[in-house]
Write a protein that binds this ligand. Structure first.
Ligand SMILES: C[S@@+](CC[C@H](N)C(=O)[O-])C[C@H]1O[C@@H](n2cnc3c(N)ncnc32)[C@H](O)[C@@H]1O
Length: 239
């Protein structure tokens, strides 16, 4: 029997989602809700929560918890599409400060380079590293990647929602690279899914938002078919 191949459900879902996001983008443009450093929703592959509000919230954490100063040099590891953290930092860092971000997503970095052209102390790099979730055709291994920056060239390294998508070998190597590029007195601000008594208890009771597998291991994943979808670390691994 001949006929068109069946359309797979995820393809339909993606098309619907894309149409919905394009409609929201149009609304944002017409109503001027989006400023020039906020990417269109259809490009925001990370999630569709409030891009600007999340960035602003994190900037407050960088200042209050990490003591970030306007004159410091910031590296944003896995800066993502549109640089969610770059946007608030563009308003906070002085001309003595600097921002560098890199990511495996070529389109995201291209967008950032265009939008931040006028910010001479902001730069964005792309690295074609394999990540099953974010760059499945990446040619290079993250656990061998030397960040393209000199030793001790930053005061503050940001990695928000990045270690949450790195398996152990990559994560171990990235911690070492962050340490290498940080100057004495530098700080790393990173987020993790933590496995501790409380989170393990909630997972076992079926009350956790993310039901990680094998939670008594040092490192746990959410999905065996796509390990980098979400990765959790024992709190002793992190601290
Ligand atoms: C959940 S997103 C977070 C993006 C951004 N940090 C934020 O807070 O909005 C995870 C990001 O990590 C990037 N990524 C994945 N593997 C990476 C790697 N090995 N090196 C650098 N970035 C990576 C992805 O492309 C994606 O942009």
């Amino acid at each position: 029997m001949y006929g068109p191949p069946p359309v797979r459900r995820p393809v339909i879902d993606r098309a619907r989602q894309s149409a919905r996001l394009r409609a929201l983008d149009l609304r944002d443009t017409v109503s001027r809700r989006r400023d020039r450093l906020t990417p269109p929703r259809r490009l925001d592959f990370v999630d569709h929560s409030d891009f600007a509000a999340t960035g602003d919230e994190f900037l407050a954490h960088f200042i209050e918890l990490g003591g970030l100063q306007p004159s410091e040099r910031v590296l944003d590891v896995g800066c993502g599409i549109g640089g969610r953290m770059a946007r608030p930092l563009a308003g906070y860092l002085s001309s003595d400060g600097a921002y560098a971000g890199f990511d495996v997503n070529r389109d995201g970095i291209a967008w950032c380079r265009r939008r931040y052209r006028r910010h001479s102390n902001f730069s964005f790099g792309v690295a074609d590293l394999f990540n099953a979730r974010y760059n499945p055709h990446g040619a290079l291994r993250a656990d061998e990647f030397r960040f393209p920056y000199d030793d001790a060239s930053f005061d503050f390294v940001v990695a928000t929602s990045v270690f949450t998508h790195l398996l152990e070998a990559d994560a171990t190597h990235y911690v070492a690279e962050c340490a290498r590029v940080l100057a004495p007195g530098g700080r790393l601000f990173a987020t993790f899914f933590l496995l501790d008594g409380s989170s393990r208890g909630l997972i076992e009771e079926g009350k956790a938002g993310l039901a990680f597998l094998d939670i008594h291991e040092r490192v746990a994943i959410l999905d065996e078919d796509l390990p980098e979808e979400a990765v959790a670390y024992d709190d002793e691994w992190v601290f």
